[in-house]
Design a protein around this ligand. Structure first.
Ligand SMILES: Nc1ncnc2c1ncn2[C@@H]1O[C@H](COP(=O)(O)OP(=O)(O)O)[C@@H](O)[C@H]1O
Ligand SMILES: [Mg+2]
Length: 199
């Protein structure tokens, strides 16, 4: 079982969207998944409730652990546990996530003036981690600037770049991965990343 946490101290960068669409993509690829929502404002759990209310329930469990139950793990037989996180988390929650995560995905959105927050988030954790660029518009200054900062600091970044798309914006509450969202591709890259860590 691999635990993957989606982080950025900035809100609105796409942590919940990335957590949920990656979970749906992993499920579609045949893996047993679960999402743990550690955001008190209820990112992933809101998504799950909407899916249920809309008659398209999610094919996996979304639970809401507290700091204690988070480190106890889950009893189910799973391949991937994905953790959605709040923008501003306590030091305790951050340490616990760092303790249990096999991989940390730092979600960064070009042009949100959050480059420093992204870099701070990167520096504050020790687990194997890489940046996922989400909400990118091709050939824009914002995307280029973010890529340049990442490269100049020598930070790891996933090859998959998630584009800004209307279908992705409207994915909240749905139970399938929008075809052109790039999350199916990202899930495959993530699987390979976790496999390469085992070697
Ligand atoms: N790739 C994307 N394309 C378009 N809209 C996106 C994308 N990623 C996220 N969004 C939208 O941006 C907003 C914030 O995303 P969310 O996942 O809730 O961020 P966070 O969990 O980091 O606060 C939501 O309205 C979501 O639908
Ligand atoms: Mg969220």
């Amino acid at each position: 079982m691999k635990t993957i946490a989606f982080l950025n101290s900035k809100g609105g960068v796409g942590k919940t969207t990335s957590t949920m669409l990656t979970a749906l993509a992993l499920h579609k690829a045949g893996y047993r998944v679960m999402v743990r929502d550690t955001d008190p404002s209820g990112g992933s759990s809101t998504w799950a409730f909407r899916a249920e209310d809309g008659g398209t329930p999610l094919p996996f469990v979304v639970d809401t652990p507290n700091q204690e139950s988070l480190t106890r793990g889950v009893k189910a037989n799973l391949d991937f546990v994905l953790i959605d996180t709040p923008p501003l988390m306590s030091g305790t929650l951050a340490r616990r996530i760092d303790e249990i995560a096999d991989v940390i995905v730092i979600v960064a959105r070009p042009g949100r003036l959050d480059e420093n927050r992204t870099m701070d988030t990167f520096d504050n954790f020790d687990s194997p981690r890489a940046i996922l660029i989400n909400g990118a518009k091709a050939n824009t200054k914002a995307l280029k600037e973010l890529q340049e900062i990442i490269e100049s600091k020598g930070l790891s970044v996933f090859d998959t770049i998630v584009p800004e798309r209307e279908i992705t914006r409207n994915a909240m509450g749905g139970n399938s991965v929008p075809v052109k969202s790039q999350f199916q591709e990202f899930a495959l890259e993530l699987i390979n990343t976790t496999k390469s860590l085992e070697k």
